[in-house]
Design a protein. Structure first.
Ligand SMILES: Cc1ncc(COP(=O)(O)O)c(C=O)c1O
Length: 489
């Protein structure tokens, strides 16, 4: 519990009792995630000695914490933090499990899935690329591959990255079997058990699972409408001395929030000042619907501290399990070793086929098709939400991406809404999936990745009706919203 102790300072001139000062400061540490579930508080005697107060003062502070169920006393063992139980792996639904666990008929309105539906996959062009590879490479396509990746594919993705403004050489590029593997390799290769990873609150569940699986200490930092809260971030950095910060600076999953240029710059500066690495998950930069392209953080990485992850799942085909990392040379070897011990290499056949596909121009064409389709869905969705959601449902319109994050009124629980929506063949992702601890229970994520354009209107009208019903609002209330959203996070 060294973090709690480090923070506690007693003000002798304060009118507040000492036990209240101690109680309040420990409480703050617990609520902010610095003192985590199951951590043991120092014994009464040790704490009293450290703070140079009477043991009764500590007992009173601990009693108050226990009354509020923030800690739990175990006879003969000590006092343990009883707040913020991490979402254990078995409990955690990966986002797409939401849809896997329910039967989806063709009529289901699917706002849950954040991956494109199979009708958007460019099957014919990819088949051509595959056949070309088979004719050209014969059996070589099926041998073990270089663990770093098929060299021509690394060259091709390097070109894509340079197009985005990222400076890199082939030696910085590591091909991976999907972004999820990339996150896992970073957790496995770079984190010692107990080291701290800072993540956004809320964040992507698959990343949290990867960090938990390596016994990392995961501390979440709140998001603001323009990116991570810098004050909270710097506070957490000072308190926890993290090894890693995991962020999605463009169209964050689940909130859709994008960081401002200044915030991106600032977190790069912080990584240099406090000596930690940044893991940038750039899963969706292609889908900007504003005039500004979504610039990766990696572009500004003058200190070479950003590990960049790119998935091919969202803008291509998730089942291929392909992606790439751009890594600072100082960690390249460790990540390569982690890759080798995970799966030796990513499928050679698929790497070759992807390289062919990228070089024929089919990639750009497909990107255009997807962007056009998603743009239409995006604007439809935004319009419907603006016009049909009750005023006390808060949301922030993203500037791109696939996700809309809604905060329901306090009295409305997202699980309850989920159940009644599912009965009417509408599904979405309940917000609970996106928290490492103590979830917000009244947020939901609506995605446009798999829902048909023609279903959006009916879907949002139905959802808004269900919300009104649950809130017992007047159904005839004028649906037009007075004004655009206030910040929600
Ligand atoms: C933010 C984010 N990162 C990574 C992934 C995993 O991507 P992949 O399919 O490439 O493993 C997902 C999948 O939903 C995601 O949403």
């Amino acid at each position: 519990m060294k973090n709690c102790i480090k923070q506690i300072s007693l003000d002798d001139h304060s009118t507040e009792h000492r036990y209240m000062q101690i109680y309040r400061q420990i409480k703050e540490s617990i609520l902010s995630g610095l003192c985590q579930y199951e951590e043991r508080l120092p014994s009464v005697r040790a704490m009293a000695a450290l703070l140079q107060v009477n043991a009764v003062t500590i007992v009173k502070a601990y009693d108050l914490l226990e009354k509020e169920k923030l800690v739990r006393k175990v006879t003969g063992s000590g006092t343990y933090v009883d707040y913020g139980r991490p979402v254990v792996v078995e409990d955690t639904l990966m986002e797409d499990d939401v849809q896997r666990s329910v039967f989806i008929s063709p009529d289901t309105i699917n706002f849950a899935s954040a991956t494109p539906s199979p009708d958007l996959f460019p099957v014919r062009d990819f088949k051509t690329a595959l056949l070309e590879v088979l004719d050209r490479d014969q059996g070589y396509a099926f041998g073990y591959q270089d663990p770093k990746g098929y060299e021509p594919l690394r060259t091709a993705v390097g070109k894509m990255a340079k197009h985005l403004g990222i400076q890199c050489e082939n030696e910085n590029i590591q091909i991976i079997s999907g972004a999820q593997q990339g996150i896992d390799l970073v957790a496995k290769g770079l984190l010692y058990p107990g080291e701290t990873v800072l993540i956004e609150r809320p964040s992507y569940g698959g990343a949290m699972q990867a960090f938990f699986s390596r016994n990392a200490r995961v501390v979440d930092v709140p998001l603001e409408p323009d990116g991570i809260s810098l004050d909270a971030l710097e506070f957490s950095i000072r308190e926890t001395r993290p090894r890693l910060l995991y962020v999605m600076p463009n169209f964050q999953n689940p909130t859709g929030i994008s960081y401002t240029h200044d915030k991106k710059k600032k977190i790069i500066e912080l990584s240099e000042k406090y000596n930690f690495l940044i893991l940038e998950d750039d899963y969706l930069n292609e889908l900007s619907f504003s005039d500004e392209p979504a610039a990766p953080l990696k572009v500004m990485d003058q200190h070479d501290r950003v590990i960049y992850i790119k998935s091919f799942s969202k803008m291509f085909m998730p089942g291929l399990r392909l992606g790439y990392l751009i890594v600072p040379m100082r960690v390249a070897e460790k990540l390569l070793a982690a890759k080798q011990s995970s799966d030796i290499s990513t499928s050679g056949l698929l790497q070759r086929a992807l390289e062919r596909y990228l070089s024929t121009g089919a990639w750009e064409q497909n990107l255009q098709v997807l962007c056009n389709e998603y743009r239409q869905r995006f604007h439809r969705m935004a319009w419907m939400l603006e016009h049909y959601m009750p005023n006390n449902v808060k949301f922030l319109k993203p500037t791109g991406g696939l996700n809309f994050w809604l905060k329901l009124p306090d009295q409305l629980n997202s699980q309850m809404l989920y159940k009644s929506a599912m009965e009417r063949q509408l599904i979405f992702a309940p917000g609970e999936l996106f928290y490492a601890r103590k979830p917000d229970e009244n947020c939901i994520r609506l995605s446009i990745a798999a829902v048909k354009f023609s279903q959006i209107e009916a879907g949002i009208k139905l959802l808004s009706q269900l919300i009104r019903l649950r809130l017992k609002l007047d159904q005839k209330e004028t649906p037009l919203r007075a004004e655009y959203r206030d910040p929600i996070l």
